[in-house]
Design a protein around this ligand. Sequence first.
Ligand code: NAD
Length: 278
Amino acid sequence: MTSVPEIQIADGVRIPQLGFGVYQVPPEATEEAVTTALEVGYRHIDTAQMYGNEQGVGDALKASGLNRDEVFVTSKLNNGFHRRDAALRAAEQSVERLGGPMDLFLIHWPLPTIDVDYLETWQAMIEIRDAGLTRAIGVSNFQIPHLERIIAETGVTPAVNQIEVHPYLTNEAVRAYDAEHGIATEAWSPIAQGAVLGDPTIAAIAERLGRTTAQVTLRWHVQRGDIVFPKSVTRSRVEENFQLFDFELTDEDVRAIAALNRDHRTGPDPDTFDYIPA
Ligand code: NAD
């Protein structure tokens, strides 16, 4: 069994660098998908209030027989709950669905064009952590000005920033800011929802190493120091995506894959995204 490295993200909090994401896993299929991931060996699950499947994650954890402190669980505050009181209530509901305190809780989107100030939301996140509802707090989809503002105003630096990163969107400026400020970068849609899997540069490296293009891409993230949690509900792929720690890319491979960047987003632009679920 390959062992997954851990990264220190806050005082006493360590996160496995590889996890399992459940975006777009239907609620009724989530318990089974997470059970499979835990059987394969994943010990880090990434969910969100917006995905509607926290209960399935909680049910799988309970059924697994694992101690709650053996699995790292992240959830994210939904966009409609940015005001202080709503954020606290929403965090309590996540804890209930997940069957215990979270390890990491993130503001899912900054919503900078919306009338609720994400600074109020970040202050609420600090309260949520201090109340013991989560061990660490962070943000997702925060751009540099958003990070600068919450750090300057509160003196509290997010433990992580979860942003879209893959070979077609290397997001270097935000990653560099994160690194300079001790913020761990989590790379969402690490294989660009499959869009990079047919890339000829990645395919040539994969062929040389006798690996799949998904494994090479995920290994590239790992060697750059980012945290990843690919999503799949197919057991063979869940297994494939876990086999990343028994081979290595050369520095030249890492550079060649980074050079594929074309600033292509598969998801929304954080500066303009303003979706609030009904
Ligand atoms: P991903 O890059 O992990 O790609 C998932 C897609 O690739 C699925 O369709 C899957 O079937 C396919 N796939 C997975 N492994 C494969 C393999 N080995 N071979 C071939 N195809 C494979 O995309 P994602 O699900 O969007 O992102 C991963 C996780 O990131 C999500 O589950 C979620 O936890 C997180 N995420 C966060 C945000 C955010 O705003 N914070 C946004 C999107 C995703």
